[in-house]
Write a new protein. Structure first.
Lengths: 168, 248
């Protein structure tokens, strides 16, 4: 014959077991449910925070880099302008020098050419003089060789003199 | 109507009675532990699987409840509230197996829990106000209502434990009444069939009690678990006010 508690009853042992069970379950849940789960959630939150921090850092560094690059770009552009300006200036200077040199050279060349011409003229004149004197000697010898008549002689001399006059 | 059956009596300390209630309570506790152990395996920070997401959601819901009722400074009570809630739910629902008897259909269980709540709130009061400060708090706001305060203090655990016990035990009684009523109805309708084999089939007992059980055991079980834990949170939370309120 099984024994029963009465329907509404307080049994000390049942209550003690109920307390024991609830305390055991509380400790179990604290250790095996809450602790690991809270760890996970905290770790996740930390990870998310870290990610945000990192992203923020990356963002600011990217901004810094952007500014830096822009500065560099501006500098490079300015530098380029400078270089071009310098090059142009140098080219101008060089051009001037070249032109000056060319002018000088040309002037020198012209001068030299004139001198040469003068020299040639002088030379030619001297040669002519020599030739003329030679020719005079030739004529003279020719005249001498030939049996000159009086008229011939006169004619030749006249002719010669006339030639000289024509030449002057 | 009987109370819980006494299964064994361990013959020490004047006879330790192991009743159906205690057995159900053990099984419920063990079952919760196994379920929690299964659910908390392979927890992952960045790649939670489905069961982990659900677990986090459920624990988060309970945590929110504890936080909104007791405050952020009392979050250390969350595992106790969780243990209480799960013990109540599992203890009640195990009764639906019809093999075990609901542990909450025994006043001993609910009274033990209610006394634990009372002890926690007294502990909180004594810890925060000092023993005499706590005693003095019964005379507030005016000394005249001290007896009323004392009565209400004693009435709280009684009402809590009887409410929970009464609802579940009531469901139990109602279910067995319906079973016997339906058995009688079946026997009455089938008595004209001369075959002994057929007219003992309890046709009405199939299905109909299940629907009633959804209300009286399942729904009522959830509601009572919720009410009990809510009241516990309110009483214990009231005894552990936030630090900045203590200074005033």
């Amino acid at each position: 014959m099984p024994e029963y508690e009465s329907f509404v009853s307080l049994d000390v042992w049942t209550m003690l077991f109920a307390w024991g069970n609830i305390i055991i379950l509380f400790l179990f849940l604290k250790k095996f449910l809450y602790k690991p789960l809270m760890n996970i959630i905290e770790t996740r939150q930390k990870q998310i925070k870290d990610m945000y921090d990192e992203a923020e850092k990356e963002k600011s560094s990217a901004k810094d880099m952007h500014v830096e690059y822009e500065e560099k770009l501006a500098k490079a552009s300015a530098q380029g302008d400078e270089i071009i300006k310098n090059a142009v200036q140098r080219a101008h200077r060089q051009e001037e020098i070249i032109v000056k040199e060319a002018n000088e050279t040309a002037a020198k060349t012209i001068k030299r050419a004139e001198e040469q011409v003068e020299l040639e003229r002088k030379k030619a004149l001297n040669q002519l003089k020599n030739e003329v004197s030679g020719m005079a000697v030739d004529i003279a010898s020719a005249v001498i060789k030939k049996n000159l008549t009086k008229e011939d002689n006169t004619r030749i001399v006249d002719q010669f003199i006339g030639q000289l006059g024509e030449q002057k | 109507m009987n109370g819980p059956k006494i299964l064994w009596t361990i013959p020490i300390l004047g006879g330790i009675k192991i009743t159906q209630t205690t057995l159900t309570s053990w099984i419920a506790t063990g079952l919760i532990m196994v379920v929690v152990w299964l659910l908390t395996r392979n927890l992952s920070v960045d790649h939670p699987n489905k069961k982990q997401v659900i677990l986090e959601k459920l624990v988060g819901m309970l945590d929110n409840m504890v936080e909104s009722t007791m405050g952020k400074h009392n979050m250390r009570f969350a595992p106790y509230i969780c243990a209480l809630f799960l013990s109540s739910i599992f203890g009640t629902l195990l009764g639906m197996t019809n093999i075990l008897r609901s542990s909450t259909a025994d006043l001993s269980t609910t009274a033990a829990w209610a006394l634990a709540t009372l002890a926690l709130s007294w502990f909180g009061g004594i810890k925060n106000k000092g023993f005499f400060g706590w005693l003095k708090s019964f005379t507030e706001p005016i000394a005249f209502i001290t007896p009323i305060n004392i009565v209400s203090e004693i009435a709280n655990p009684i009402s809590m434990s009887f409410r929970h016990f009464g609802n579940i035990a009531g469901g139990l009684v109602l279910t067995s009444l319906i079973y016997s009523a339906l058995a009688t109805l079946s026997a009455f309708l089938l008595q004209w069939i001369p075959l002994k084999l057929i007219n003992t089939i309890p046709i009405f007992q199939l299905g109909i009690p299940a629907f009633l059980s959804i209300y009286f055991d399942l729904f009522s079980g959830f509601v009572q678990a919720l009410v009990f834990t809510m009241l516990t949170m309110v009483y214990v939370g009231g005894a552990f006010p936030p630090k900045d309120e203590l200074l005033q």
